[in-house]
Design a protein around this ligand. Structure first.
Ligand code: GDP
Length: 431
Protein backbone atom coordinates (compact mmCIF):
# COMPACT_ATOMS: atom_id res chain seq x y z
CA UNK A 1 0.00 0.00 0.00
CA UNK A 2 1.39 3.39 -1.03
CA UNK A 3 0.15 6.79 -2.10
CA UNK A 4 1.81 8.11 -5.24
CA UNK A 5 1.69 11.53 -6.89
CA UNK A 6 2.21 11.83 -10.64
CA UNK A 7 3.01 15.24 -12.05
CA UNK A 8 4.17 16.71 -15.33
CA UNK A 9 7.87 17.56 -15.13
CA UNK A 10 7.86 19.89 -18.15
CA UNK A 11 5.31 22.27 -19.71
CA UNK A 12 2.38 19.87 -19.71
CA UNK A 13 1.23 17.33 -22.30
CA UNK A 14 3.95 14.94 -21.17
CA UNK A 15 1.69 11.91 -21.53
CA UNK A 16 0.76 11.85 -17.83
CA UNK A 17 -2.63 10.37 -18.67
CA UNK A 18 -0.99 7.33 -20.16
CA UNK A 19 1.36 6.77 -17.19
CA UNK A 20 -1.51 7.27 -14.76
CA UNK A 21 -3.56 4.80 -16.76
CA UNK A 22 -0.71 2.28 -16.62
CA UNK A 23 -0.16 2.67 -12.87
CA UNK A 24 -3.84 2.73 -11.96
CA UNK A 25 -3.67 -1.05 -11.88
CA UNK A 26 -1.79 -0.72 -8.56
CA UNK A 27 -4.05 1.95 -7.05
CA UNK A 28 -7.56 1.85 -5.63
CA UNK A 29 -8.40 5.54 -5.94
CA UNK A 30 -7.28 8.09 -8.54
CA UNK A 31 -7.43 11.71 -7.41
CA UNK A 32 -7.29 14.94 -9.37
CA UNK A 33 -6.19 17.89 -7.28
CA UNK A 34 -5.90 20.94 -9.54
CA UNK A 35 -6.72 22.42 -12.92
CA UNK A 36 -9.94 22.05 -14.80
CA UNK A 37 -11.07 20.92 -18.18
CA UNK A 38 -8.11 22.63 -19.84
CA UNK A 39 -6.22 19.42 -19.24
CA UNK A 40 -6.72 16.84 -21.91
CA UNK A 41 -5.83 13.20 -21.61
CA UNK A 42 -5.89 11.02 -24.65
CA UNK A 43 -6.06 7.36 -23.81
CA UNK A 44 -5.88 4.44 -26.13
CA UNK A 45 -7.04 1.10 -24.76
CA UNK A 46 -6.97 -1.78 -27.24
CA UNK A 47 -6.95 0.68 -30.12
CA UNK A 48 -10.04 2.58 -28.87
CA UNK A 49 -9.42 6.30 -28.25
CA UNK A 50 -11.02 8.22 -25.37
CA UNK A 51 -10.34 11.89 -24.62
CA UNK A 52 -11.00 12.98 -21.04
CA UNK A 53 -10.77 16.57 -19.84
CA UNK A 54 -11.88 16.41 -16.25
CA UNK A 55 -12.59 12.92 -14.96
CA UNK A 56 -9.42 11.02 -14.04
CA UNK A 57 -8.31 8.54 -16.64
CA UNK A 58 -8.56 5.84 -13.97
CA UNK A 59 -12.29 5.76 -14.61
CA UNK A 60 -11.57 3.39 -17.51
CA UNK A 61 -10.66 0.73 -14.95
CA UNK A 62 -13.77 -0.94 -13.56
CA UNK A 63 -13.72 -1.19 -9.78
CA UNK A 64 -11.42 1.81 -9.19
CA UNK A 65 -12.77 5.02 -7.83
CA UNK A 66 -11.96 8.51 -9.02
CA UNK A 67 -12.05 11.67 -6.97
CA UNK A 68 -12.20 15.23 -8.21
CA UNK A 69 -10.64 17.11 -5.33
CA UNK A 70 -11.35 20.52 -3.87
CA UNK A 71 -8.42 22.06 -5.78
CA UNK A 72 -10.04 21.40 -9.16
CA UNK A 73 -12.28 23.94 -10.88
CA UNK A 74 -15.22 22.24 -12.41
CA UNK A 75 -17.39 23.00 -15.42
CA UNK A 76 -20.54 21.09 -14.49
CA UNK A 77 -21.79 20.94 -18.09
CA UNK A 78 -18.51 19.31 -19.13
CA UNK A 79 -18.45 16.76 -16.33
CA UNK A 80 -22.08 15.77 -16.92
CA UNK A 81 -21.25 15.27 -20.61
CA UNK A 82 -18.18 13.18 -19.76
CA UNK A 83 -20.26 11.06 -17.38
CA UNK A 84 -22.85 10.45 -20.12
CA UNK A 85 -20.19 9.52 -22.68
CA UNK A 86 -18.46 7.15 -20.30
CA UNK A 87 -21.75 5.47 -19.49
CA UNK A 88 -22.53 5.10 -23.20
CA UNK A 89 -19.22 3.29 -23.62
CA UNK A 90 -20.04 0.98 -20.74
CA UNK A 91 -17.78 2.64 -18.13
CA UNK A 92 -18.91 4.16 -14.80
CA UNK A 93 -21.65 1.59 -14.31
CA UNK A 94 -21.55 2.28 -10.58
CA UNK A 95 -22.11 5.96 -9.65
CA UNK A 96 -20.09 5.61 -6.45
CA UNK A 97 -17.01 5.13 -8.65
CA UNK A 98 -16.86 8.92 -9.12
CA UNK A 99 -16.66 11.34 -6.20
CA UNK A 100 -16.75 15.11 -6.72
CA UNK A 101 -15.63 17.41 -3.91
CA UNK A 102 -18.36 19.64 -2.49
CA UNK A 103 -15.66 22.30 -2.15
CA UNK A 104 -14.51 22.31 -5.77
CA UNK A 105 -15.14 25.69 -7.37
CA UNK A 106 -17.55 25.89 -10.28
CA UNK A 107 -16.79 27.50 -13.62
CA UNK A 108 -19.73 29.79 -14.32
CA UNK A 109 -20.73 31.23 -17.72
CA UNK A 110 -19.23 34.63 -16.84
CA UNK A 111 -15.85 33.03 -16.15
CA UNK A 112 -15.78 31.67 -19.68
CA UNK A 113 -17.00 34.96 -21.16
CA UNK A 114 -14.33 36.92 -19.26
CA UNK A 115 -11.62 34.46 -20.27
CA UNK A 116 -12.44 34.70 -23.98
CA UNK A 117 -13.01 38.49 -23.93
CA UNK A 118 -9.66 39.07 -22.20
CA UNK A 119 -7.73 36.96 -24.67
CA UNK A 120 -9.37 38.82 -27.54
CA UNK A 121 -8.58 42.17 -25.96
CA UNK A 122 -4.93 41.16 -25.48
CA UNK A 123 -4.48 40.39 -29.19
CA UNK A 124 -0.90 39.49 -29.99
CA UNK A 125 0.19 39.59 -26.34
CA UNK A 126 -2.24 36.87 -25.32
CA UNK A 127 -1.34 34.23 -22.77
CA UNK A 128 -2.75 31.43 -24.87
CA UNK A 129 -5.35 30.29 -22.34
CA UNK A 130 -7.86 27.71 -23.51
CA UNK A 131 -10.81 30.06 -22.93
CA UNK A 132 -12.56 27.60 -20.63
CA UNK A 133 -12.89 30.03 -17.73
CA UNK A 134 -10.34 28.27 -15.53
CA UNK A 135 -8.25 31.35 -14.68
CA UNK A 136 -11.21 33.62 -13.81
CA UNK A 137 -12.70 30.85 -11.64
CA UNK A 138 -9.48 30.56 -9.62
CA UNK A 139 -9.47 34.36 -9.33
CA UNK A 140 -12.95 34.30 -7.82
CA UNK A 141 -11.89 31.50 -5.48
CA UNK A 142 -9.03 33.58 -4.10
CA UNK A 143 -11.21 36.70 -4.04
CA UNK A 144 -13.64 34.70 -1.86
CA UNK A 145 -16.61 35.15 -4.14
CA UNK A 146 -16.59 31.79 -5.88
CA UNK A 147 -19.45 29.34 -6.28
CA UNK A 148 -18.76 25.80 -5.17
CA UNK A 149 -20.28 22.42 -5.97
CA UNK A 150 -22.12 22.53 -2.65
CA UNK A 151 -23.89 25.71 -3.81
CA UNK A 152 -25.30 23.91 -6.86
CA UNK A 153 -27.24 21.58 -4.57
CA UNK A 154 -29.36 24.35 -3.06
CA UNK A 155 -31.37 26.26 -5.69
CA UNK A 156 -32.13 29.32 -3.52
CA UNK A 157 -28.59 29.73 -2.33
CA UNK A 158 -27.33 29.33 -5.88
CA UNK A 159 -29.68 32.01 -7.26
CA UNK A 160 -28.64 34.38 -4.47
CA UNK A 161 -24.95 33.86 -5.18
CA UNK A 162 -25.40 34.24 -8.93
CA UNK A 163 -27.33 37.48 -8.38
CA UNK A 164 -24.60 38.76 -6.09
CA UNK A 165 -21.76 38.08 -8.49
CA UNK A 166 -23.25 38.63 -11.95
CA UNK A 167 -23.52 42.47 -12.14
CA UNK A 168 -19.81 42.97 -11.51
CA UNK A 169 -18.89 40.18 -13.94
CA UNK A 170 -21.09 41.75 -16.62
CA UNK A 171 -19.44 45.09 -16.04
CA UNK A 172 -16.05 43.52 -16.68
CA UNK A 173 -17.26 41.73 -19.82
CA UNK A 174 -18.73 44.99 -21.15
CA UNK A 175 -15.54 46.86 -20.39
CA UNK A 176 -13.64 44.29 -22.45
CA UNK A 177 -15.93 45.06 -25.38
CA UNK A 178 -17.72 41.70 -25.47
CA UNK A 179 -21.48 41.04 -25.47
CA UNK A 180 -22.79 40.94 -21.88
CA UNK A 181 -26.19 39.32 -22.11
CA UNK A 182 -26.07 36.81 -19.24
CA UNK A 183 -29.05 36.62 -16.90
CA UNK A 184 -29.11 35.31 -13.36
CA UNK A 185 -32.30 33.21 -13.39
CA UNK A 186 -31.60 30.99 -16.42
CA UNK A 187 -28.00 30.49 -15.25
CA UNK A 188 -29.11 29.47 -11.76
CA UNK A 189 -31.72 27.14 -13.25
CA UNK A 190 -29.27 25.46 -15.61
CA UNK A 191 -26.62 25.04 -12.92
CA UNK A 192 -29.15 23.71 -10.41
CA UNK A 193 -30.03 21.08 -13.02
CA UNK A 194 -26.36 20.16 -13.28
CA UNK A 195 -26.25 20.10 -9.47
CA UNK A 196 -29.09 17.63 -9.51
CA UNK A 197 -27.11 15.36 -11.83
CA UNK A 198 -23.96 15.69 -9.72
CA UNK A 199 -25.71 15.15 -6.38
CA UNK A 200 -25.04 11.42 -6.39
CA UNK A 201 -21.29 12.07 -6.81
CA UNK A 202 -20.86 15.10 -4.52
CA UNK A 203 -19.18 14.38 -1.18
CA UNK A 204 -16.78 15.61 1.48
CA UNK A 205 -13.92 14.19 -0.55
CA UNK A 206 -11.17 14.84 2.01
CA UNK A 207 -13.05 12.63 4.43
CA UNK A 208 -13.69 10.00 1.76
CA UNK A 209 -9.95 9.91 1.00
CA UNK A 210 -9.05 9.78 4.67
CA UNK A 211 -11.32 6.76 5.09
CA UNK A 212 -9.84 5.10 2.02
CA UNK A 213 -6.32 5.52 3.44
CA UNK A 214 -7.41 4.15 6.81
CA UNK A 215 -8.94 1.16 5.02
CA UNK A 216 -5.53 0.39 3.49
CA UNK A 217 -6.32 1.63 0.00
CA UNK A 218 -3.67 3.08 -2.32
CA UNK A 219 -4.13 6.53 -3.80
CA UNK A 220 -2.78 7.80 -7.07
CA UNK A 221 -2.77 11.59 -7.43
CA UNK A 222 -3.00 12.70 -11.02
CA UNK A 223 -1.52 16.11 -11.82
CA UNK A 224 -2.59 18.21 -14.78
CA UNK A 225 -0.40 20.56 -16.86
CA UNK A 226 3.25 20.61 -15.82
CA UNK A 227 5.76 21.99 -13.36
CA UNK A 228 6.89 24.84 -15.60
CA UNK A 229 3.27 26.05 -15.72
CA UNK A 230 2.88 26.18 -11.92
CA UNK A 231 1.54 29.56 -10.77
CA UNK A 232 4.33 29.87 -8.17
CA UNK A 233 7.16 27.84 -9.64
CA UNK A 234 6.60 28.11 -13.39
CA UNK A 235 7.55 30.76 -15.92
CA UNK A 236 5.22 33.37 -14.43
CA UNK A 237 3.09 34.98 -15.89
CA UNK A 238 3.07 32.39 -18.70
CA UNK A 239 1.60 29.81 -16.38
CA UNK A 240 -1.67 28.17 -15.49
CA UNK A 241 -3.76 29.46 -12.57
CA UNK A 242 -3.07 26.66 -10.12
CA UNK A 243 -0.16 24.94 -8.42
CA UNK A 244 0.83 21.99 -10.55
CA UNK A 245 3.67 20.76 -8.34
CA UNK A 246 3.40 17.69 -6.14
CA UNK A 247 2.88 19.67 -2.93
CA UNK A 248 -0.53 20.71 -4.15
CA UNK A 249 -1.66 17.09 -4.23
CA UNK A 250 -2.11 17.51 -0.48
CA UNK A 251 -3.78 20.94 -0.52
CA UNK A 252 -5.94 20.18 -3.52
CA UNK A 253 -7.36 17.00 -2.02
CA UNK A 254 -7.38 17.52 1.73
CA UNK A 255 -4.93 14.66 2.28
CA UNK A 256 -2.02 15.49 4.60
CA UNK A 257 1.47 15.63 3.02
CA UNK A 258 2.73 12.93 5.38
CA UNK A 259 0.43 10.44 3.62
CA UNK A 260 2.32 10.80 0.34
CA UNK A 261 4.97 8.14 -0.23
CA UNK A 262 6.29 8.67 -3.76
CA UNK A 263 6.38 11.44 -6.35
CA UNK A 264 6.86 10.54 -10.00
CA UNK A 265 7.52 13.14 -12.70
CA UNK A 266 6.50 12.49 -16.29
CA UNK A 267 8.67 13.92 -19.03
CA UNK A 268 8.83 13.46 -22.77
CA UNK A 269 12.13 12.37 -24.26
CA UNK A 270 12.14 15.82 -25.89
CA UNK A 271 10.30 19.00 -25.01
CA UNK A 272 7.09 20.78 -25.99
CA UNK A 273 5.18 23.81 -24.81
CA UNK A 274 1.81 25.34 -25.68
CA UNK A 275 1.19 29.08 -25.67
CA UNK A 276 3.59 31.96 -25.08
CA UNK A 277 6.54 32.29 -22.72
CA UNK A 278 10.24 31.45 -22.64
CA UNK A 279 11.35 28.07 -23.88
CA UNK A 280 15.14 27.84 -24.26
CA UNK A 281 15.38 24.61 -26.27
CA UNK A 282 12.68 25.53 -28.80
CA UNK A 283 13.49 24.52 -32.38
CA UNK A 284 11.94 26.77 -34.98
CA UNK A 285 13.36 24.75 -37.85
CA UNK A 286 12.92 21.56 -39.83
CA UNK A 287 13.88 19.42 -36.82
CA UNK A 288 11.22 21.09 -34.66
CA UNK A 289 8.69 20.56 -37.44
CA UNK A 290 9.65 16.90 -37.63
CA UNK A 291 9.27 16.45 -33.86
CA UNK A 292 5.81 18.03 -34.13
CA UNK A 293 4.80 15.79 -37.02
CA UNK A 294 6.20 12.51 -35.70
CA UNK A 295 5.15 13.22 -32.11
CA UNK A 296 1.73 14.46 -33.25
CA UNK A 297 2.23 17.53 -31.10
CA UNK A 298 -1.17 19.15 -31.31
CA UNK A 299 -3.27 19.90 -28.21
CA UNK A 300 -5.85 17.28 -27.16
CA UNK A 301 -8.25 20.01 -26.03
CA UNK A 302 -7.64 22.77 -28.56
CA UNK A 303 -5.89 21.13 -31.53
CA UNK A 304 -3.25 23.90 -31.36
CA UNK A 305 0.23 23.02 -32.65
CA UNK A 306 2.68 22.72 -29.77
CA UNK A 307 6.10 24.38 -29.79
CA UNK A 308 8.74 21.67 -29.97
CA UNK A 309 12.41 21.34 -29.03
CA UNK A 310 15.17 19.22 -27.57
CA UNK A 311 15.13 17.81 -24.07
CA UNK A 312 15.98 20.36 -21.37
CA UNK A 313 17.87 18.80 -18.46
CA UNK A 314 18.16 22.16 -16.67
CA UNK A 315 14.38 22.42 -16.52
CA UNK A 316 14.13 18.78 -15.45
CA UNK A 317 16.59 19.27 -12.58
CA UNK A 318 14.44 22.18 -11.48
CA UNK A 319 11.31 20.02 -11.67
CA UNK A 320 13.09 17.34 -9.64
CA UNK A 321 13.78 19.91 -6.94
CA UNK A 322 10.41 21.68 -6.67
CA UNK A 323 8.45 18.43 -6.77
CA UNK A 324 10.85 16.29 -4.76
CA UNK A 325 10.79 13.69 -7.51
CA UNK A 326 11.50 10.10 -6.50
CA UNK A 327 11.21 8.77 -10.02
CA UNK A 328 10.80 9.66 -13.66
CA UNK A 329 8.64 8.30 -16.43
CA UNK A 330 10.06 9.10 -19.87
CA UNK A 331 7.42 9.11 -22.60
CA UNK A 332 7.50 9.24 -26.39
CA UNK A 333 10.99 7.82 -26.69
CA UNK A 334 9.77 6.22 -29.93
CA UNK A 335 9.39 9.68 -31.49
CA UNK A 336 13.18 10.14 -31.47
CA UNK A 337 13.73 7.13 -33.71
CA UNK A 338 15.55 8.21 -36.86
CA UNK A 339 16.96 11.47 -35.48
CA UNK A 340 20.67 11.00 -36.21
CA UNK A 341 21.94 12.91 -33.18
CA UNK A 342 19.32 13.88 -30.60
CA UNK A 343 20.48 16.71 -28.35
CA UNK A 344 19.98 17.44 -24.69
CA UNK A 345 20.46 20.84 -23.05
CA UNK A 346 22.76 20.21 -20.10
CA UNK A 347 23.21 23.88 -19.10
CA UNK A 348 22.46 27.40 -20.35
CA UNK A 349 24.75 30.19 -21.54
CA UNK A 350 23.67 33.40 -19.97
CA UNK A 351 25.56 36.71 -20.16
CA UNK A 352 28.74 34.89 -21.11
CA UNK A 353 28.43 32.49 -18.18
CA UNK A 354 27.41 28.85 -18.05
CA UNK A 355 24.55 28.27 -15.61
CA UNK A 356 23.28 24.92 -14.46
CA UNK A 357 20.24 26.10 -12.48
CA UNK A 358 17.12 27.55 -14.05
CA UNK A 359 17.19 31.36 -13.69
CA UNK A 360 14.26 32.58 -11.59
CA UNK A 361 13.74 35.73 -13.62
CA UNK A 362 11.71 35.35 -16.77
CA UNK A 363 13.72 37.93 -18.68
CA UNK A 364 16.94 36.15 -17.77
CA UNK A 365 15.46 32.86 -18.91
CA UNK A 366 14.48 34.43 -22.22
CA UNK A 367 18.11 35.35 -22.81
CA UNK A 368 19.44 31.89 -22.05
CA UNK A 369 20.96 29.85 -24.84
CA UNK A 370 21.04 26.09 -24.37
CA UNK A 371 24.38 24.29 -24.07
CA UNK A 372 23.79 21.06 -25.92
CA UNK A 373 25.24 17.62 -25.67
CA UNK A 374 24.68 15.42 -28.73
CA UNK A 375 23.88 11.80 -28.12
CA UNK A 376 23.99 8.85 -30.48
CA UNK A 377 20.70 8.25 -32.27
CA UNK A 378 19.03 5.00 -33.26
CA UNK A 379 17.04 4.01 -36.30
CA UNK A 380 14.97 1.08 -34.99
CA UNK A 381 11.25 1.68 -34.33
CA UNK A 382 10.63 1.21 -30.59
CA UNK A 383 6.91 0.46 -30.53
CA UNK A 384 7.44 -3.27 -30.18
CA UNK A 385 9.80 -2.99 -27.20
CA UNK A 386 8.34 -4.53 -24.07
CA UNK A 387 11.41 -4.67 -21.86
CA UNK A 388 14.52 -2.60 -21.20
CA UNK A 389 16.60 -5.17 -23.10
CA UNK A 390 14.35 -4.78 -26.17
CA UNK A 391 15.50 -1.17 -26.54
CA UNK A 392 18.44 -0.41 -28.84
CA UNK A 393 21.66 0.36 -26.95
CA UNK A 394 21.61 4.02 -28.06
CA UNK A 395 18.03 4.48 -26.79
CA UNK A 396 19.05 2.95 -23.46
CA UNK A 397 22.04 5.24 -23.12
CA UNK A 398 19.83 8.21 -24.00
CA UNK A 399 17.49 7.35 -21.10
CA UNK A 400 20.43 6.68 -18.78
CA UNK A 401 21.88 10.08 -19.66
CA UNK A 402 18.60 11.81 -18.74
CA UNK A 403 18.68 9.92 -15.46
CA UNK A 404 22.24 11.00 -14.72
CA UNK A 405 21.58 14.62 -15.68
CA UNK A 406 18.48 14.90 -13.49
CA UNK A 407 19.67 12.74 -10.63
CA UNK A 408 16.29 10.99 -10.65
CA UNK A 409 15.77 7.30 -11.31
CA UNK A 410 13.82 6.39 -14.44
CA UNK A 411 10.93 4.14 -13.39
CA UNK A 412 9.13 3.83 -16.70
CA UNK A 413 9.77 4.32 -20.39
CA UNK A 414 6.94 4.74 -22.85
CA UNK A 415 7.39 3.80 -26.49
CA UNK A 416 3.91 4.27 -27.95
CA UNK A 417 0.43 5.56 -27.21
CA UNK A 418 -1.14 2.23 -26.28
CA UNK A 419 -1.45 1.03 -22.70
CA UNK A 420 0.78 -1.95 -23.48
CA UNK A 421 3.57 0.24 -24.78
CA UNK A 422 5.01 1.20 -21.39
CA UNK A 423 8.09 -0.49 -20.00
CA UNK A 424 7.77 -0.40 -16.23
CA UNK A 425 11.23 -0.62 -14.72
CA UNK A 426 10.18 -0.03 -11.16
CA UNK A 427 6.73 0.18 -9.58
CA UNK A 428 6.41 3.27 -7.36
CA UNK A 429 3.58 1.57 -5.47
CA UNK A 430 5.93 -1.22 -4.46
CA UNK A 431 8.88 0.91 -3.34
P1 GDP B 1 -1.12 14.48 -20.87
O1 GDP B 1 -2.09 15.58 -20.72
O2 GDP B 1 0.14 14.74 -20.11
O3 GDP B 1 -1.71 13.13 -20.57
O4 GDP B 1 -0.67 14.44 -22.37
P2 GDP B 1 -1.58 14.43 -23.71
O5 GDP B 1 -2.60 13.36 -23.62
O6 GDP B 1 -2.01 15.79 -24.06
O7 GDP B 1 -0.44 14.11 -24.77
C1 GDP B 1 0.17 12.93 -24.85
C2 GDP B 1 -0.09 12.39 -26.24
O8 GDP B 1 0.94 11.52 -26.58
C3 GDP B 1 -1.35 11.59 -26.35
O9 GDP B 1 -1.87 11.72 -27.64
C4 GDP B 1 -0.87 10.16 -26.08
O10 GDP B 1 -1.70 9.17 -26.67
C5 GDP B 1 0.46 10.19 -26.74
N1 GDP B 1 1.48 9.35 -26.12
C6 GDP B 1 1.68 9.12 -24.79
N2 GDP B 1 2.78 8.37 -24.60
C7 GDP B 1 3.29 8.13 -25.84
C8 GDP B 1 4.46 7.44 -26.31
O11 GDP B 1 5.23 6.90 -25.55
N3 GDP B 1 4.66 7.44 -27.65
C9 GDP B 1 3.83 8.05 -28.53
N4 GDP B 1 4.13 7.99 -29.82
N5 GDP B 1 2.73 8.71 -28.13
C10 GDP B 1 2.47 8.75 -26.80
Amino acid sequence: MANVVIVGAQWGDEGKGKIVDRLTEFADVVVRFQGGNNAGHTLVVDGEKTVLHLIPAGILHPGKSCVIGNGVVLDPGVIVMEIDRLKQKGFLADDSQLVVSLDAHVIMPWHKAIDVAREQALGAGKLGTTGRGIGPTYEDKVARRGIRVRDLLDGDRLLRKVRERLPEALEEIRRLGAPADLQAEPIAEEYARHGNRLKRHAAESSLALHRAIRAGKSLLFEGAQGTMLDVDHGTYPFVTSSNTVAGNAATGSGVGPTEIDQVVGVSKAYCTRVGGGPYPTELRDETGERLRRVGNEFGATTGRPRRTGWFDAVALRYAARVNGLDGLAITKLDVLTGFPQPKVAVAYRFDGRTVEELPGDLEDLERCEPVYESLPGWSEPLAGARSWEDLPVAARSYVKRLEALSGVKVMAVSVGADRGETILLENPFAR
